[in-house]
Design a protein around this ligand. Structure first.
Ligand code: FAD
Length: 393
């Protein structure tokens, strides 16, 4: 990086920042991307091999155009790089019928998923309890579950997506600065330009994209301090309790099990690395708030025992954890995203609080960030992702 003046600086090159860098790489603008580590890495929110993607989004119908845009971009990227990024192995949402679920922007996640599929014409099947039992012997059932199966759902590979986008961005002239913590992002004066101070130098630009994930709040005015909460999450890979073939992408897809008891809700993936890799799943927690600096990155034995007790009731796994990983959700009060210009500072565009469901949309978010920075109309309606809705200013 020889220059100190750019048109656009992207702070944070995880899911959102790498997508923005890739999208902006053919814009004719001078773009600099900065990260405190070498992405993809395991210190943020975009690691752990796989992320679920589905088009009927129980979190809200506004998300379907965004995930569809992302899927087109992943497929273009696959053609361009020859890498496998998106696997459409099918996806299941299942659980007791008419169960109340909290914390996902709706009280009826399964019902909302089915309604979204109807509204957007998404190919799917509704599975009766008998059909579920027949098709999915990988689960243990309680007797009243039903399912929604989406043919085109599946998973994306977060590390590969981040890497592919950054490599393409760099090859098309985007300057990338790694291992460089950003200390401050300040307006240059009024609504004009920004100054980005890093540990190794000061950079200026017209516009900054702030996609710093769980560290985002550090760069926002104090009024936003308590708006976004960081929740530690753990991913687990357990030994399968039945033949691993049953969990292969040929026989199994991604799934979300819903329940009125949050501890009985979990989601998971097919086994992408055979028996040695194990069966990946995770539950979510929204009780204990963390922060990036003090995050406990180790997984305790008691956490492993406890997750086995809960998930082992429903999933055919053995009580042997092969691997685990700690990750973070950056969560807004209504569990939706923020993709918006910062109030009073239109030269700063924020795109990171994704409330734990952002990866599937990230390629599309990159496209929107490009459009916002270039002063174009976003190709997807982002009015639900504004700062305004928090009523803080
Ligand atoms: C366990 C888990 C499971 C998930 N499952 C799914 C799923 O199945 N489907 C789905 O769609 N989504 C899922 N998500 C959500 C999704 O992964 C996230 O929304 C997304 O990855 C967040 O991307 P980001 O770019 O905002 O943050 P990150 O990828 O964390 O990127 C932020 C970047 O900013 C950099 N940075 C921070 N501070 C500074 C600084 N001061 N200076 C320089 N650089 C800085 C960091 O190093 C990092 O690289 C999951 C998340 C987790 C944690």
């Amino acid at each position: 990086v020889g220059n100190s003046v750019y048109d656009i600086i992207i702070v944070g090159l995880g899911a959102m920042g790498s997508a923005a860098a890739y999208q902006l790489s053919q814009s004719g603008k001078r773009v600099l991307g900065i990260d405190q580590f070498i992405p993809p890495h395991t210190n943020g929110s975009s690691h752990g091999d796989t992320r679920i993607t589905r088009e009927a989004i129980g979190e809200g119908r506004v998300y379907t155009p965004l995930v569809r845009l992302s899927n087109l971009i992943w497929e273009d990227l696959e053609k361009e790089t020859g890498k496998d990024l998106l696997t459409r192995c099918g996806g299941l949402v299942f659980g007791p019928e008419h169960v109340e679920t909290g914390r996902h922007g709706t009280s009826d996640f399964l019902g909302e998923t089915i309604a979204a599929a109807g509204e957007w014409g998404i190919e799917h099947q509704i599975l009766s309890h008998q059909e579920l039992v027949k098709r999915y012997p990988q689960f243990k059932y309680q007797g009243n579950e039903i399912g929604y199966f989406e043919t085109g759902a599946g998973f994306v590979r977060p590390e590969r997506c981040v890497q592919a986008q950054l490599e393409l961005a760099a090859s098309r002239g985007v300057a990338l600065l790694y291992n460089t913590p950003v200390l401050k992002i300040e307006p240059k004066g009024g609504a004009d330009g920004v100054v980005v101070t890093t540990t190794s130098g000061i950079y200026e630009s017209e516009i900054a994209i702030i996609s710093a994930g769980a560290c985002l709040a550090e760069f926002l005015p104090n009024v936003w301090n308590s708006t976004f909460e960081i929740y530690r999450q753990v991913l687990y890979w357990f030994e399968p309790g039945i033949d691993i073939e049953a969990f292969s992408t040929k026989n199994f897809g991604v799934y979300i099990r819903i329940d009125h008891e949050p501890q009985n809700m979990f989601y998971g993936f097919p086994a992408i690395d055979g028996a040695t890799g194990g069966v990946k799943f995770a539950a979510e927690q929204f009780e204990t708030v963390s922060n990036f600096d003090t995050l406990d990155r180790k997984v305790a034995v008691r956490e492993i025992e406890s997750i086995y007790q809960h998930v082992g009731k429903y999933l055919r796994i053995k009580p042997h954890c092969i691997r685990s990983a700690v990750c973070m959700y950056t969560v807004t009060p209504d569990l939706n995203f923020v993709i918006d210009r910062l109030p009073k500072y239109p030269q700063m565009i924020v795109a990171s609080p994704c409330s734990g469901h952002g990866f599937k949309h990230s390629a599309g978010v990159g496209r929107i960030l490009k459009e916002l920075t270039l002063g174009q109309n976003p190709s997807v309606d982002i009015s639900s992702f504004s700062f305004d809705r928090f009523g803080k200013h």
